[in-house]
Design a protein. Structure first.
Length: 452
């Protein structure tokens, strides 16, 4: 075990040092020894938590939301903007109590609503405030401010909402005024499924029936299915006409009769896989979702984990990841699990190589994840080629020659940090990783990674 204390006091001191203005980078150094076995607890699923916050915010009865792991900044950001709308949230260590508002009872003039880094919060929020006739200014961090929301804004403008943009049309900061009311809505699902999810999840605030006409195939489909499932569980009546690409919706009053349990963030399990591959240490993954529907398709990783020379087994309700067997080339379509793209490229590169298809909508994430992943690969000596799909070649990792920046992308930053734990080097110290996994650095330190 390297000389990195896992005490809370030393961890706090670590961040007091590195959050100072003079320290812009984390330095990953030479590791003497890693732990034989690392405990890796997945944080709360922000996809589940944010959806439950929006549903419970549209009912005037108390909802109890329970969780057993750390909450990322995107969830906290979502809670803050809903509180400014008049939603009351009591926050305890292992649960929150949410008391929402009936339609028409939200704060109509909340002022500035800061969505931080969370595009999910922004999309759902714009639909919620438009349906309720709320006037507000929407802002976010530097990363969110670079993302194009014109498809969402076009829908709202067709329904009567009015927008003013401080800089560029379709981008925040923006101001929204007026009410949204539109029965028949054309929706593109080519870049994200969140436009459909936002329309569905805010239907308790709708004045009338909605018919969604889907213009193309839904990407990231498990997230759309999650939204539909949670809404149906609370009383929504949703008619799916898959042949014609039509979804019919009516307003409903959410009915929640039991405590909500938030599962772990299944999409982040790819990171302990990569760490295990690089350092040949067993990893115990805790807080994996008990219900397969809550895994959002990421449970399929276990079906081809042997291609990476790894094994995945269940032990005492946890997942045990270990290095085992030979590697082989792998081809995957990840259109429904696009958040895998960067760490999966890296895992392929240190295994048998392979190819990834269904990735074009990765351009619409916190960074253009196709471009940023290719740039990352160049820094570490990983050979890739991209046309309509991405080809990854088995590569030998090299140490980057310069400090690396992450474009405000938490998954890009976590991917870089795990590679640097093997190669050494520098990465910007802004805590983007905390948007989804606030304990990420602490977990690396506890596992023996040298960070200074």
């Amino acid at each position: 075990m390297a000389n990195n204390s896992n005490s809370n006091s030393n961890f706090t001191n670590f961040f007091q040092d590195f959050n100072s203005p003079v320290n812009k980078y984390f330095k990953f150094g030479k590791n003497v020894e890693f732990s034989d076995k690392i405990y890796w607890k997945l944080p709360c699923s922000k996809s589940h938590f944010i959806r439950w916050l929006f549903i419970s915010s549209q009912r005037d009865k108390e909802t109890k939301i329970k969780f057993s792991s750390k909450i990322g900044n995107d969830i906290l950001t979502c809670a803050k903007v809903l509180e400014k709308l008049g939603v009351k949230i009591i926050k305890k260590k292992t649960y929150w109590k949410v008391l929402g508002c009936k339609s028409g009872d939200f704060n109509k003039n909340p002022g500035v609503l800061n969505c931080g880094n969370s595009a999910t919060t922004l999309r759902f929020l714009l639909f919620l405030i438009a349906r309720n006739g709320i006037n507000a200014k929407i802002v976010g961090d530097i990363s969110l401010s670079k993302r194009d929301f014109r498809e969402l804004i076009d829908i709202l403008e067709c329904g009567g909402s009015k927008f003013m943009f401080e800089k560029n049309n379709g981008f925040i900061p923006l101001t929204i005024e007026g009410s949204f009311n539109l029965a028949s809505i054309d929706v593109s699902a080519q870049k994200t499924s969140q436009l459909i999810s936002g329309l569905i999840i805010t239907m308790p605030s709708s004045l009338e029936y909605n018919k969604l006409i889907l213009k193309n195939e839904i990407v990231s489909r498990p997230y759309f299915e999650l939204t539909s499932r949670l809404c149906i569980e609370t009383g929504a009546k949703i008619n799916f006409n898959t042949q014609d690409g039509i979804i019919e919706l009516n307003s409903w009053k959410p009915n929640i009769n039991s405590e909500i349990i938030i599962p772990g963030e299944s999409s982040l399990v790819i990171f302990p896989l990569l760490f295990c591959k690089l350092h040949n240490t067993e990893i115990i993954v805790d807080n994996w979702p008990k219900n397969e529907d809550d895994c959002l398709g990421f449970e399929k990783l276990k079906d081809f984990i042997s291609n990476f020379g790894l094994s995945w087994s269940f032990s005492n309700n946890n997942i045990l990841i270990s290095k085992k067997g030979k590697v082989s080339r792998l081809s995957l379509d990840i259109k429904d699990n696009i958040d895998l793209i960067t760490p999966l490229i890296l895992l392929m590169s240190v295994s048998g190589g392979g190819s990834l298809s269904g990735i074009l909508h990765a351009k619409n994430k916190e960074s253009d994840r196709i471009k940023s992943s290719i740039n990352l690969c160049k820094e570490f000596g990983i050979q890739v080629e991209f046309e309509n799909e991405l080809t990854v070649y088995k590569s030998e990792l090299i140490r980057p020659e310069k400090p690396l920046f992450v474009e405000g992308d938490h998954r890009l930053q976590m991917s870089i940090m795990i590679l640097l734990s093997f190669t050494e080097g520098f990465v910007e110290s802004e805590s983007w990783y905390a948007n989804s996994d606030p304990d990420f650095i602490k977990r690396l330190l506890d596992g023996g990674v040298s960070i200074s």
